[in-house]
Design a protein around this ligand. Structure first.
Ligand SMILES: [Ca+2]
Length: 451
């Protein structure tokens, strides 16, 4: 273990986590003047009594800020929906702008959420002054300022939370993947530079565990989801074990594949590669349904793709309560893909509360829009589709939703599919099967007559 101090630059060499083998729930972080002191201290620990590991660093998984792309088409719910291609391009297929969306509007015809859903956004904090997020955050914890409400100093957590749950139909701003019933719990562990470490992450996880226990006591039907738009490539066993304990509350963790562009089947990226019940790892796709080049992937370890390129959402605004001015930015990253999946998982659970966390993951994986070639990047071989997911969760046939399996062009020239056209194709296939059966029967009868 000592060699860790020398071999990896990805943790604070002067800071370690120590815990008693008797009480693994509680670890303390110890800081030293220099790495040599830290090393000597850890060597003096009795391995029969104590365990330790270096404090490791995580960072937010977004990159590059740009301006919104050309507006998508379709009916709008809130004034700025025109910038939200991932939700408002038109029914999950390639539309006249050569774009795809996750087919959220048709999912919302079935459910817009449930007051029994709580999503833990573990991030840089959330700016709840924005009218689209006001009232959404019902509990919070700041690893840097315990006892105070988290404030977003990086802009990352507000962006993620608003993709997930900006209030829909309030004639203001944008619309989240979950426009209706939803509670957000704000666990801040990323600092103003979008960085956090395993020490602060552990504090948030312990708070989450207590928050879940309290909420479950009040409401036995409450469901717990985690939106984790962050990661790092050095493992923390302490953090993995702490997150594993949340399975006792049927917690469904959605994690990001990272922006390293590499294959998570062969490299380490956490928490995507943590062994957690129902851990659902997400890669980013772009407006042409291609895996974004920056996105991590993994045919075994990454479950599905979701829009994570040029995603327009809220960042902390300016002014005080009375004169508050909302601000928006387009961002790119697996950070932006994760809340799309978390939101659809919430819709699945709202549509069918009887599902387990693992059931919800299975629905997410099985209901994707299959994309040719995507099986090389993600287990499901496709991109998130909210409508097919909600249909499948309620026991309906998701093939009723349109697919883009056969769409081969994205130049926008008349390749738009509507629901009716696609719904008719299974019937057409049935007719062909029926006619073929008749021909086969005729041949068999003809043969039997001859013999
Ligand atoms: Ca709104």
């Amino acid at each position: 273990m000592v060699s860790n101090f020398i071999s990896s630059a990805n943790f604070a060499e002067t800071k370690i986590l120590v815990r008693s083998k008797e009480e693994i729930h509680d670890s303390v972080s110890l800081s030293f003047e220099n790495a040599k002191d830290a090393r000597e201290f850890s060597e003096d620990l009795d391995p029969e009594v104590h365990e330790w590991e270096p404090v490791v660093t995580f960072s937010a998984d977004d990159v590059q800020i740009g301006s919104p792309l050309a507006p998508p088409s379709g009916p709008m719910i809130d004034p700025l929906n025109g910038n939200q291609w991932s939700l408002f391009s038109g029914h999950g297929g390639i539309d006249s702008f050569g774009t795809v969306d996750i087919d959220a509007e048709r999912a919302w015809a079935i459910t817009t959420g449930s007051p029994n859903i709580v999503v833990y956004v573990m991030d840089s904090g959330i700016d709840t002054r924005d009218p689209d997020l006001a009232g959404r955050v019902t509990s919070g914890f700041d690893a840097y300022n315990p006892g105070q409400n988290p404030i977003d100093q990086a802009g990352h957590g507000t962006h993620v939370a608003s993709i997930l749950g900006a209030i829909g139909g309030n004639n203001y701003g944008i619309t989240g993947v979950v426009p209706g019933g939803l509670e957000i719990a704000d666990g801040r562990f990323l600092n103003a530079q979008n960085q956090g470490d395993s020490d602060s992450a552990l504090r948030v996880i312990r708070w989450m565990e207590e928050d879940m226990r309290r909420r479950r006591e009040i409401n036995p039907n409450v469901k717990f989801l985690g939106s984790n738009s962050w990661g790092g490539d050095v493992k923390s066993d302490f953090l993995e074990q702490a997150m594993q304990r949340l399975a006792a509350y049927e917690y469904l963790p959605i994690t990001s594949a990272g922006n390293h562009g590499g294959n998570n089947d062969n490299r380490d990226y956490y928490p995507c590669n943590f062994q957690l019940v129902a851990n659902t790892c997400v890669a980013a796709s772009d407006r042409l349904d291609l895996k974004s080049s920056f996105s991590g992937f993994g045919a075994a370890s990454v479950h599905l793709m979701a829009p994570g390129d040029q995603i327009y959402a809220i960042v902390p605004g300016s002014g005080s309560q009375g004169s508050y001015q909302s601000r928006y930015e387009s961002k790119r990253g697996t950070s932006q893909a994760v809340p799309h999946v978390t939101g659809v998982a919430a819709l699945i659970w709202a549509a069918n509360p009887n599902l387990t966390a693992s059931d919800v993951r299975q629905v997410l994986v099985q209901s994707v829009d299959r994309i040719p070639g995507a099986e090389n990047f993600v287990l499901s071989g496709g991109r998130l589709n909210a409508y097919r997911a909600v249909l499948m969760a309620t026991g309906q046939d998701p093939s009723a939703a349109n697919r883009k399996l056969n769409a081969t062009t994205n130049d926008g020239g008349g390749c738009s599919l509507n629901a009716e056209e696609v719904q008719s194709s299974p019937n057409f296939a049935l007719v062909i099967v029926f006619v073929m059966s008749l021909i086969l029967l005729a041949i068999l009868r003809f043969r039997s007559v001859r013999s």
